[in-house]
Design a protein around this ligand. Structure first.
Ligand code: HEC
Ligand code: HEC
Length: 403
């Protein structure tokens, strides 16, 4: 799969190695309604090189692409822990890495006055309003890429093989002022994240919308259950219906909710030192509420896209669920099964015992749209089968039959 790509941009020859590179050169087939593959602009190309540069952490070794790998639908391919390892040994973040795919469609973080709720932004809790703002975070996060300042990042960009391209895109003195250069780093990365590489709309479901494929009977049943308000009602928050631009839904409406997901005992964050996690086992993720300072939003997290969920395990902000079946089972039986005696019970044990632990955040749990869906085991399987049609890179019936 590894391949060396070369681009000639305004006289600067740049070589880059990687999965993302090979993906963009052979873009997956697109449905008729989707934007045609475009030649990346110099800024987008620069963004790719920055996104993949493992030298930009402190110490070197971790890039954005380490936790958002093209081969894993831009999530963390390392499944040894539910949250991501930082570049420094023994340090872990508190949340599961969501996909960066389709996040170019998330509107700027805002309060919708008509609906009286927050919408859009980046991160599980919306604390970055835009992709540009988001892209500055990981470089300086001590449990991620761990640089101590913007200047430290920019120093490495100055020494990189693509520094001439950086100057070409942003001007001859673009790397002089560290703060300005750091903002440009983020700008270029965001430009790359807005390319079709991150939002290919190339799943079987997209092919179905374009009239190039058909769902199996089970997938079709799953889609109906996914959309029916009196059944799964999943589409209330994860819309998949065709959008006005002709493409399929994004699999999220970018709103925030508390589903009552239990604490994940396997989250390595609970075991981190007091310096990183002062609350220890008492740690509760306040999500959106922690950002906006409203108790009514405690425990709410941004609805993640269901596009590519086949590849994005584990699931939820804390990675509590390992399988899609267990996710749907939880929506179906959260308020039906008895509560487990203990608060810290991993998914497999909860399934075996036939109970669910109490929610991580007891306040604000959504009991209107989920918790007791009355789905049969067959219907749960059907919904899972439908979600598996949302994996990008679908290449035709033979391939999907072998899945
Ligand atoms: C150590 C692993 C790690 C690295 C390195 C990393 N990320 Fe992330 N990324 C995460 C995690 C974990 C989250 C969720 C954090 C949160 O919500 O608090 C996230 C969230 C995001 C999101 C928001 C997605 C959404 O659904 O809101 C985007 C976009 C993103 N990262 C892009 C990047 C970029 C760009 C870089 C490099 C500058 C990067 N990430 C580096 C782990 C990582
Ligand atoms: C009221 C809004 C809402 C409804 C209805 C809803 N979801 Fe979700 N979904 C969310 C939110 C919010 C999260 C993230 C919660 C968290 O991390 O704590 C989520 C997470 C998920 C995830 C995990 C994705 C990932 O990458 O981690 C899957 C899969 C999922 N939902 C599928 C479904 C299915 C299937 C249904 C219908 C049975 C459904 N959802 C109904 C809001 C909703």
């Amino acid at each position: 799969m590894r391949r060396v790509g070369r681009w000639l941009i305004g006289g600067v020859m740049v070589a880059a190695i990687g999965m993302v590179a090979s993906q963009a050169q052979t873009p997956p087939k697109r449905p008729a309604g989707a934007a045609a593959a475009e030649t990346p602009s110099a800024k987008q190309l620069l963004g790719r090189l920055l996104f993949e540069d493992t030298n930009l952490s402190n110490p070197p070794g971790q890039a954005c692409a380490s936790c958002h790998a093209a081969g894993a639908a831009f999530t963390d391919p390392d499944r040894s822990a539910p949250t991501s390892k930082g570049v420094r040994a023994g340090l872990f973040g508190d949340r599961n890495a969501p996909t960066a795919g389709y996040m170019a469609f998330s509107p700027r973080f805002h309060f919708d006055a008509a609906e009286q709720h927050f919408v859009g932004g980046q991160f599980w809790d919306g604390r970055a309003a835009t992709l540009e703002e988001q892209a500055r975070g990981p470089f300086l996060n001590p449990v991620e890429m761990a640089n101590t300042s913007a200047a430290q990042v920019v120093e490495k960009v100055r020494a990189a093989a693509y520094a001439p391209l950086f100057r070409e895109v942003f001007g001859a003195d673009a790397l002089t002022d560290a703060d300005q250069a750091f903002a440009r780093v983020a700008e270029a990365i965001a430009a790359f994240e807005r390319t079709p590489v991150f939002s290919p709309f190339s799943s079987k479901y997209d092919a179905v919308l374009a009239g190039r494929a058909r769902l199996t009977a089970q997938e079709q049943r799953g889609l109906k259950l996914f959309e029916r308000e009196d059944k799964g009602n999943c589409a209330a928050c994860h819309p998949v219906a065709r959008r006005p631009d002709g493409r399929g839904g994004l699999g999220t409406d970018f709103t925030y909710d508390n589903l009552g997901v239990p604490k994940n005992p396997a989250n390595p964050f609970y075991r981190m030192s007091e310096a990183h996690n002062p609350a220890g086992r008492g740690f509760v993720d306040r999500g959106l509420g922690g950002v906006v300072g409203r108790a009514a939003d405690y425990g709410k997290f941004k609805v993640p896209t269901v596009r590519n969920v086949e590849l994005s395990a584990p699931y939820m902000h804390n990675g509590y669920f390992a399988s899609l079946r267990a996710v749907v089972d939880f929506y179906n039986t959260r308020d039906v099964k008895p509560r487990c005696a203990d608060e810290f019970v991993v998914e497999a044990e909860a399934l075996a015992r036939g109970c669910w632990p109490r929610p991580e955040m007891v306040a604000n749990v959504n009991a209107d749209e989920l918790g007791n869906l009355r789905l049969t085991p067959q219907e749960v399987d059907d919904i899972v089968a439908f979600m598996l049609t949302l994996t990008d890179g679908w290449r035709g019936p033979q391939r999907s039959a072998s899945r």
